[in-house]
Design a protein around this ligand. Structure first.
Ligand SMILES: [Zn+2]
Ligand SMILES: [Zn+2]
Length: 136
């Protein structure tokens, strides 16, 4: 397991550290997007700022992407291999209005965007809201 995680980190030019391995593991084993708070809950005695820095490093290297699902808390999920978080790499997410969980729909790319030429793209969120199968 540890070898696998280190490989994933190195693929993204991220130097494996114990903290990074642990945060990766948390994101990997939860099959949903997690907020900073939710990730923090999985640790004892780890500073929120340390987790936040780790997430920032992950995001800067396209290991994870963030999702603004309108709940007020940014959530994070692992990127697919080869993802560079370009508009072409983005996928749709769904938020369950009942349990508040957000999931990636990795096989559903966001609709093609024709952006104005003088506009430089930074991020986009395409979030579908409804009731998940667990909550039905
Ligand atoms: Zn639900
Ligand atoms: Zn996603």
């Amino acid at each position: 397991m540890k070898g696998e995680i280190d490989k994933k980190l190195k693929q993204r030019n991220i130097k494996p550290t114990a903290m990074r391995e642990l945060v990766y593991e948390v994101l990997d084993k939860n099959k949903k997007a997690l907020s900073l708070y939710e990730i923090e809950q999985q640790f004892d005695n780890v500073e929120r700022s340390t987790i936040f820095r780790t997430l920032k490093t992950f995001q800067d290297n396209f290991l994870i992407h963030s999702i603004d699902d309108g709940t007020g808390a940014v959530k994070y999920a692992l990127c697919d291999e080869g993802c560079t978080c370009d508009p072409d790499d983005l996928h749709v997410h769904y938020l369950c209005n009942k349990c508040g969980q957000t999931h990636c729909l990795r096989d559903m790319p966001v609709p093609k965007m024709e952006l104005p030429q003088d506009f430089s793209f930074e991020s986009a969120n395409f979030v579908v809201k409804g009731i998940c199968s667990n909550c039905k």
